[in-house]
Design a protein around this ligand. Structure first.
Ligand code: UD1
Ligand code: MG
Length: 452
């Protein structure tokens, strides 16, 4: 039987240093609130239940957490009496009985599932408490891991540490694993006899040792346990997240010519042999299929780009865009809520919204689907192998049949039957010699004016 696991995520931080009305853990990294990063990591480490401990702005956190995972439990820590006290706010979920309990912080979004899986393996092989440590060049502010004979004896908070203890660079990352069997008894034994008068979760190490229970520390990279306290810290974490993701993408077969200029969202999916040129931004909900090309300065959001399709340079794909294989969306083209069938092309200066475009259709430069009447949105359907001449306005709702041809500069307000030609503009008139007359007259007027 697989071991069961509960993740308790502490998310009570007010984040006063963020200067924000938004609770700290709801600030986003890669477009996703930090607390959701931590939840997703817990899910990947096969945690069965997730409990979130919130503080004052509980309702806001509650909503986002439940939208992500309706079975997550949210507990409010009404008084901020320390990290052990915070964990015990989730007592009800701990009492339900799990083999493994992971205590995580909602403001450390760089944590990886691999690390949590390692911690769970230590619990499975008998540890009662497992601490995630890291080596810091500058350990100021962190709890120090006090080891003796290779064993973790205690964690000493900076403000309670002696000068000698402060020299130690092996620090507490804050993340901890507890064996479900002993967790409540150990947590209940923690006292608040320290300089801050708080119930420190870190004291669980000494309590477990006093009870002759096995305690261990494992090590992670410092960046993995980086916590966010300020907007600057948020930007630092974002930079590391993006860097990690670019590396992961390239390892998976995506080409990035200037990786540091490409920004991914937490949910971006890019398949192998995709080429992403410099300065491309991915918003939420983008999938790019094999061999597609995303050219420079494009912005994509809520869009699927089919295999071998080409987007940009300078293209904007908005939510609901679905490009089939081998389609083309070129420079200064905006596409919203529109499906392009295989081989369709929109090469330049166009807005296509609320539309269906058939196979191999060619949409000329400057075409606009007039989808909005000031109150409602309407649909434009463009058939297969149609040709829409440049600078045409297609006033929706309207349907252009398969193989139809729309003359340049048309304003199309009625459906065009398949295979027909539609011309909807004033007819051209050429007036013999009139061009020269106008020019001469203008020159005469100018001369008279300058004489005066
Ligand atoms: C904590 C650790 C320290 C570790 C550091 C890593 C303790 C006592 N100390 O210190 O050893 O090196 O993290 O970053 O655990 N929280 C609550 N309720 C409370 C108090 C805290 O929910 O009553 C939450 C905070 O919102 C935060 C987390 O617990 O997410 C850690 O609390 P914080 O005050 O930041 O502890 P540190 O001093 O950073
Ligand atoms: Mg902290």
């Amino acid at each position: 039987m697989a071991r069961t696991c509960l993740a308790v995520i502490l998310a009570a931080g007010e984040g006063t240093r963020m200067n924000s009305t938004l609770p700290k853990v709801l600030h986003s990294v890669a477009g996703l609130p930090m607390v959701l990063h931590v939840m997703r990591v817990s899910q990947k480490a096969k945690c069965d239940t997730i409990s979130i401990v919130t503080g004052k702005s509980a309702e806001k956190v509650d909503k986002i957490v439940k939208d992500e995972n309706p079975s997550a439990m949210v507990f409010e820590q009404t008084q901020r009496l320390g990290t052990a006290h915070a964990v015990l706010a989730a007592r009800q979920s701990i009492e339900a009985g799990y083999d493994d309990i992971l205590v995580l912080f909602g403001d450390t979004p760089l944590l990886t599932p691999e690390t949590l899986i390692k911690m769970r393996a230590e619990l499975a092989s008998g540890a009662a408490v497992i601490v995630l440590g890291f080596h810091a060049d500058d350990p100021t502010g962190y709890g120090r891991l006090l080891q003796k004979d290779g064993k973790l004896r205690a964690i000493r908070e900076e403000r309670d540490a002696s000068d000698v203890e402060r020299q130690i660079k092996f620090c507490n990352g804050g993340i901890m694993g507890l064996s479900g069997e002993h967790a409540l008894q150990l947590l209940d034994s923690i006292k608040n006899d320290n300089s801050k008068g708080e119930y420190y979760l870190t004291d669980i190490v000494e309590v477990a040792n006093a009870n002759d229970l096995p305690v261990k520390a494992i090590e992670a990279e410092e960046t993995e346990v980086m916590g966010v306290n300020t907007r600057e810290g948020l930007a630092d974490v974002e930079a590391i997240w993006q860097q990690n993701t670019r590396r992961r993408m390239m390892e998976a077969g995506v080409s990035l010519q200037a990786p540091q200029t490409v920004f991914f969202h937490a949910d971006t999916v890019v398949e192998s042999d995709v080429n992403v040129e410099p300065n491309v931004v991915f918003g939420s909900g983008v999938v790019v299929r094999k061999g597609a090309k995303i050219r420079a300065f494009s912005h994509l959001e809520g869009a699927t780009v089919g295999a071998g399709a080409e987007v940009g340079p300078f293209a904007r794909l908005r939510p609901g865009t679905d490009l089939a294989e081998n389609t083309k969306v070129g420079n200064f083209v905006e596409v919203k809520n529109a499906v392009l069938a295989s081989g369709a092309k929109i090469n330049h200066l166009t807005y296509v919204g609320d539309a269906e475009i058939g196979e191999r259709a060619n949409i000329g430069a400057g075409t606009i689907t007039c989808n909005y009447d000031g109150a409602n949105k309407h649909k434009t359907i463009i058939g297969a192998e149609t040709f829409i001449g440049s600078n045409s306005a297609l006033v929706a709702p309207v349907t252009i049949g398969d193989g139809a041809y729309v003359a340049s500069g048309s304003v199309i307000v009625e459906d065009v039957p398949a295979q027909d030609l539609a011309i909807a503009r004033g007819r051209q008139v050429n007036k013999a010699g009139r061009g020269r007359q106008i020019r001469e007259e203008n020159i005469r007027i100018k001369k008279e004016r300058t004489k005066k």
